[in-house]
Design a protein around this ligand. Structure first.
Ligand SMILES: [Zn+2]
Length: 269
């Protein structure tokens, strides 16, 4: 509530243990209380507070303490380099907007699992949040979309479809970074980048069917559904590629060879 108060007056109002007195407009949720506790530790351990100096803002990512957009971009690239490409992978393809949006939420860890809804008190804490696929572990974004052994098999079957194998990324973020690091030429890359978007979208849809409509999960069928869906997206979004959906599902590797040797010349891969 006291956004305009100076640092020194907050310092003077600390209690004997050094805890800052912070006022909020409304009662905090449990997870917000945790954040405030973390903030208190951060403030308590902060160095260099000098009661004799006037408050000023300093941007520590640049040497002169001044904030610039170019400066933050430079800092972000040096710290997060490859991650800057993930939104491009998600948003630049020919997948429809809803799957793209879900993939973006999954990458940001913002998909509304029961665990997250409990955290925001949108559902009661007594609601069970076991993974509806394996029914062994609590569902989290990374579990439901990647780590669950049943979901993992689907990812692996998609990699087999492309004639590839991989080491296990532990998070959705890790998968998307791995995906970016696997290079194909231009046209093939457009198809390749549809795979994680389709996988995340359809795994999430299946999860919702199980949770809200009490369907039994059929993850073997899911792999085939994903391949068909990618074929449909390619047909509608990349019409220069002359294959049927059935060709995509059954003969992907032959098609990719043909695409590279023929289509490449006319579309400039
Ligand atoms: Zn599971």
């Amino acid at each position: 509530m006291e956004k305009e108060r100076s640092l020194s007056s907050f310092m003077q109002m600390r209690d004997s243990l050094g805890v800052w007195k912070l006022l909020f407009r409304r009662p905090l949720l449990a997870w917000e209380e945790d954040e405030v506790s973390r903030l208190q530790v951060l403030i308590r351990d902060a160095l260099g507070l000098n009661m004799g100096l006037k408050d000023f803002i300093r941007w520590n990512a640049s040497l002169d303490g001044q904030f610039t957009v170019a400066g933050i971009r430079e800092w972000y690239e040096s710290n997060q380099g490859p991650r800057l490409q993930v939104p491009r992978l998600i948003w630049k393809g020919v997948a429809p907007p809803k799957p793209q949006f879900l993939s973006w939420l999954a990458w940001r860890g913002r998909v509304k699992t029961i665990g997250m809804l409990k955290r925001f008190r949108a559902v009661s804490s007594s609601v069970e949040n076991l993974c509806p696929f394996c029914k062994l572990e609590e569902e989290s974004v990374d579990h439901i979309l990647l780590q669950c052994s049943m979901v993992w098999k689907v990812w692996s079957s998609l990699l087999n479809w492309w004639g590839l194998s991989w080491v296990t990324p532990a998070t959705v973020d890790g998968v998307l970074l791995w995906w970016l690091g696997t290079q194909f030429k231009k046209t093939v890359k457009k198809i390749w980048r549809l795979v994680p978007v389709a996988m995340l979208w359809l795994a999430w849809r299946l999860r919702n069917d199980c949770v809200f409509h009490e369907r039994q999960p059929n993850l073997e069928k899911l792999g085939e559904i994903i391949k068909v869906r990618i074929g449909l997206w390619v047909k509608s979004g990349l019409p220069a590629i002359p294959y049927s959906v059935h060709d995509f599902v059954e003969n992907l590797n032959q098609l990719l060879d043909w695409t590279l040797s023929n289509l490449g010349q006319c579309v400039g891969i």
